[in-house]
Write a protein that binds this ligand. Structure first.
Ligand SMILES: *Cc1c(COP(=O)(O)O)cnc(C)c1O
Length: 391
């Protein structure tokens, strides 16, 4: 979206200007900086998965419109993955929907489930697309702010309960959480589930980082908790798990009624997408546990490299329990405004980061926080750490 589009843009979206990623990526190019802003890996995922895509394309699998709900091979693989990992049983024909990435799944779910004026309770800082998705659906977002507590960002359950009103239609949950790296504990999610049941709320849960949890953190899918399967729309994606963010293969798992509602919208957004890649992702989901374990170990080592470097450079570091991202506080460096800090950082140190304030309704809450992505090659991270020592 460009600034010049604004005179024509409808009122629901005028508050959303150019995304910060466009500005910061342009800045990175102009200054020759290392771009730790946007969260995409700088190496592709497994060779055999890439080959599977080539094979599908050559064999003519998915080159024409695939079926609306997704190709059967992928829907079966998604259902098998949910069962193998979490003991969640979904019917591939009626309870699984393939989407154009998690982004379309989020938008379609919000457009399907909200009436104008419905309130959506979501964690702040928000993932980039949530606020716009809620606005497109005519909903009203109600933030519950995650705040630093004992080295990480945590949810305040009392604040969550207080945010629910008679107008609340759904909870929009994200765990592992981008940008803070928080992974909600089983106890926290149990409280979320109890609230959803008590207030009869729908839940849309964005779990695209389900495989990216570190140390002793555990990813608990909300749908596994009592009373949740029938009210939860679970969203996953191949982009982050398999390091193919350009393929845009995501999915929804839920009841036939909820999946049907989301599909009703999805058919008029993209109808279908990513034909040959769907076959490749079906193979990727069936990779042995060793793939997921070594991917996690690799990212964990990268997290440690960047976290240590950032701490040595003087940042306060909130060590993430999951995701691709480290959120820092710039105040120990004598700074207080993450925006100004990120705009100056390329000239000062040749590194690009993202000010977390853009993910907040209340920008003051997010002012001192800055996010760095660590899904980059080790030598890139090592060079970034070197440069940050100049601060
Ligand atoms: C990257 C990301 C998405 C988007 O996933 P795609 O499959 O690329 O559309 C959604 N939610 C969160 C939290 C993300 O970080």
């Amino acid at each position: 979206m460009t600034t010049s589009a604004r005179p024509f843009l409808n009122r629901r979206l005028t508050e959303f200007g150019t995304t910060i990623f466009a500005e910061m990526s342009a800045l990175a190019v102009r200054t020759g900086s290392i771009n730790l802003g946007q969260g995409f890996p700088d190496t592709d995922g497994p060779e055999e998965v890439r080959e599977a895509a080539v094979r599908a394309l050559r064999d003519g699998h998915g080159n024409q419109y695939p079926p609306g709900p997704g190709v059967p091979e992928l829907r079966t693989a998604i259902a098998a993955h949910q069962l193998r990992r979490y003991g969640l049983s979904y019917d591939p024909d009626t309870e699984v929907l393939v989407t154009a990435g998690a982004t379309e799944a989020i938008a379609a779910a919000l457009l399907a489930l909200l009436e104008p004026g419905d309130e959506v309770v979501a964690f702040e800082p928000y993932y980039d697309s949530y606020a716009a998705g809620i606005a497109l659906a005519g909903g009203t977002r109600v933030p519950v702010t995650l705040r630093p507590h004992e080295g990480g960002f945590r949810l305040d359950l009392d604040e969550l309960r207080a945010a629910v009103t008679d107008r609340t239609r759904l909870l929009l949950i994200n765990t592992p959480h981008n940008p803070t790296g928080a992974v909600l504990t089983r106890a926290e999610l149990t409280a979320v589930a109890e609230l959803a049941v008590e207030r009869d709320l729908l839940v849309v849960t964005d779990e695209v980082y389900e495989h990216l949890v570190f140390d002793d953190a555990e990813h608990v899918p909300l749908a596994t908790l009592p009373g949740m399967r029938e009210r939860t729309v679970t969203i996953g994606s191949a982009g982050k798990t398999f390091s193919f963010t350009g393929w845009k293969v995501g999915w929804v798992t839920s009841t036939p009624e909820l999946v049907g509602a989301v599909r009703s919208v999805k058919q008029f957004l993209t109808y279908v997408s990513s034909g040959p890649f769907q076959y490749a992702v079906a193979e990727a989901l069936s990779l042995p546990d060793s793939y997921f374990e070594s991917f996690r170990a690799d990212l964990c080592a990268k997290r440690d490299l960047l976290a240590t470097g950032l701490a040595e450079a003087g940042f306060e570091v909130f060590r993430p329990a999951g995701t691709y991202f480290i959120t820092t506080d710039v105040r120990p460096l004598g700074e207080k405004d993450g925006f100004a800090f990120c705009r100056a950082l390329p000239e000062r140190a040749g590194v690009v980061a993202i000010p977390n304030a853009v993910f907040y309704d209340n920008r003051d809450e997010g002012a001192p926080f800055v996010r760095f992505a660590f899904c980059k090659r080790e030598e890139v991270l090592a060079e970034a750490v070197n440069r940050l020592r100049r601060l």
